[in-house]
Design a protein around this ligand. Structure first.
Ligand SMILES: NC(=O)c1ccc[n+]([C@@H]2O[C@H](COP(=O)([O-])OP(=O)(O)OC[C@H]3O[C@@H](n4cnc5c(N)ncnc54)[C@H](O)[C@@H]3O)[C@@H](O)[C@H]2O)c1
Length: 233
């Protein structure tokens, strides 16, 4: 019986960006003049930046990883997780934090990698969990230097094809806390079936309401509550 019920559950796809975690205390890019915690992204989030100064880059992600242990999911992360009681929910996030998982979401795709994983600098598939600082000299089993498992600007986004397929099966799309400036993530909304209801939650929304798109110009916590009121009443 349970399996048959699940089959008929509506599929909510949620696309999240840095704004989703802002109320947990993790800064976005846009609200910091394009800097990431005071750093030029070209220095800390590109392969060229890593080649030029690997210690600086490793240290930057070490600080981000340490910060992650000091923050908690916010109410919006928890509310999205609760939607799984009545819907099939897939979260496709640009965020590299683990706050969706910690709030209880069971189906999370990380487009831009994860802070709590590292990978070989040579083999993109040689990935391992990592909770402490990463330093020069930390190597994979084959003896190659490890690097953060982060998709840097200019690198391929391996999860994008899976994300496209997920969007193609959406019954409802919610987009939360993204400036819609980083591609290919920003293009995912174009893959949902025609006429799919879409909701965009962001206090400074970068797109306008149109036919099947409702803009909720609020923070993630207020906006997700409003979405639930609109959608379930
Ligand atoms: N938490 C994280 O993992 C984290 C943090 C910073 C940057 N990043 C990376 O930065 C890239 C930047 O793209 P982006 O579009 O995700 O971020 P962005 O910084 O370009 O845009 C953030 C968006 O969040 C909105 N916002 C600010 N406060 C909000 C709130 N309380 N609730 C809801 N929305 C809020 C802003 O108006 C803006 O539109 C991504 O690739 C991501 O990997 C990740």
């Amino acid at each position: 019986m349970k399996k048959r019920y699940l089959y008929f559950m509506k599929h909510i796809v949620v696309l999240t960006g840095a704004g989703m975690s802002a109320e947990s205390g993790i800064k976005t890019f846009r609200d910091s003049d394009g800097l990431w915690e005071g750093h030029d992204v070209m220095e800390v989030a590109t392969p060229e930046g890593f080649a030029a100064n690997p210690e600086l880059v490793l240290d930057f992600y070490n600080q981000r990883r340490r910060q992650l242990f000091e923050v908690e999911p916010n109410q919006a992360h928890y509310d999205l997780a609760k939607l799984e009681t009545n819907y099939k929910v897939t979260v496709v996030t640009q965020n590299v934090d683990d706050l969706h998982e910690r709030a209880g979401s069971s189906n999370v795709i990380h487009l831009h990698g994860e802070l709590l994983k590292v990978r070989s600098t040579y083999d993109t598939n040689d990935i391992q969990d990592w909770k402490t600082d990463l330093v020069l000299g930390d190597k994979c089993k084959k003896g190659d230097q490890l690097r953060p498992h982060i998709v840097w600007f200019g690198e391929d986004v391996p999860m994008i094809e899976i994300a496209v397929k997920i969007c193609e099966t959406a019954d409802i799309l919610i987009i939360i806390g993204t400036s819609m400036q980083v591609y290919p993530a920003a293009g995912l909304m174009n893959y949902v079936p025609k006429h799919t209801p879409m909701y965009f939650i962001d206090p400074k929304p970068s797109i306008d309401c149109k036919e099947n798109l409702t803009v909720i110009a609020e923070t993630a916590t207020v906006g997700v509550t409003k979405f639930i009121e609109l959608f379930t009443t």
